[in-house]
Design a protein around this ligand. Structure first.
Ligand SMILES: [Zn+2]
Length: 287
């Protein structure tokens, strides 16, 4: 699932390349991926321009020039956005299908066409992603559903420790819950727990101060590093020099079930199901 670093990567790319470009029209091949009326979306977008692209957690927020409405776009489990630019890969989200296949393809459900003949493609293997127009008041309510966000000013130790204290919740579902910590998903939740040396099934009220501090630091360091490396989106992608990019090369536990732990070298990475999600950890390094 695309998480904060993957969504931030496409946000930065789209801001650079699509702001203030005149939209010609929105083509909707899969109406169920539009929340609300398809006709209204098309009417609002036609001849309009994106003036800013913001993000809260994993949700993209497009501001429009000629409308008080904002367009929300969520990639959910398998969404991807691709804006083909010669010599540059402006893309983000789920790594399948690979970004360099022909567009549109059978996973393309929405196309935002610009007047300069360029297009932004919204692909989604499983079609859980969506776009939705919201009023300013609705946008305030949407933003209020999100918790502390790594990288933002209010992600302070005081706020974090207050949030963690006294809860009987297990660590993994807590990290996944967007109303507590915005932007973390399955990959980075597992990596954060490993960084902190804490088992993902520990309850929050059993954590020591030192463990909470390591979690607080880990969330920030891992997210910052993943944003810098453009997330794990590009794990299958090699650039024009054949160099593989992305944060995937730094993953310590996620996707490494059965492999030797790179930190202790003693145990193989264990994979269990927790909070309904495949969860990876080291039995030696994490207490
Ligand atoms: Zn280990």
């Amino acid at each position: 699932m695309p998480e904060l670093p993957e969504v931030e990567t496409i946000r930065q790319g789209l801001k650079k390349h699509t702001l203030f470009k005149r939209l010609k029209r929105a083509l909707v091949m899969t109406p169920k991926m539009v929340r609300g009326e398809v006709g209204q979306l098309q009417e609002v977008l036609a001849n309009n321009r994106f003036t800013d692209i913001d993000r809260v957690g994993k949700l993209l927020i497009f501001q429009l020039e000629n409308s008080p409405l904002s367009m929300l776009l969520h990639l959910k489990m398998t969404g991807q956005l691709i804006y083909p630019v010669p010599g540059e890969l402006v893309a983000g989200g789920h790594p399948f299908p690979e970004f360099n296949v022909d567009l549109p393809n059978k996973y393309t459900h929405l196309i935002f066409e610009f007047e300069d003949e360029s297009s932004l493609y919204f692909n989604d293997l499983r079609q859980f992603g969506y776009v939705q127009l919201v009023t300013p008041k609705e946008l305030v309510a949407v933003r209020a559903q999100y918790g502390l966000e790594p990288g933002m000013d209010d992600f302070t130790w005081e706020n974090f420790s207050a949030l963690v204290s006294g809860r009987a919740t297990k660590l993994k579902p807590f990290l996944l819950s967007q109303q507590h910590i915005a932007g973390l998903g399955n990959i980075y939740a597992d990596e954060v727990a490993f960084y902190a040396g804490v088992r993902p099934d520990r309850t929050l009220n059993s954590l020591t101060i030192a463990e909470k501090k390591k979690l607080y630091t880990g969330i920030q360091e891992i997210i910052a590093s993943a944003v810098e490396h453009k997330g794990t989106t590009f794990r299958n992608y090699a650039d024009h020099e054949g160099k593989r990019g992305g944060y995937a090369q730094f993953l310590q536990v996620y996707g490494r079930a059965g492999q030797k732990c790179q930190r202790c070298g003693q145990s193989n990475i264990t994979k269990v199901k927790l909070a309904g999600r495949g969860t990876h950890f080291c039995e030696v390094c994490q207490k």
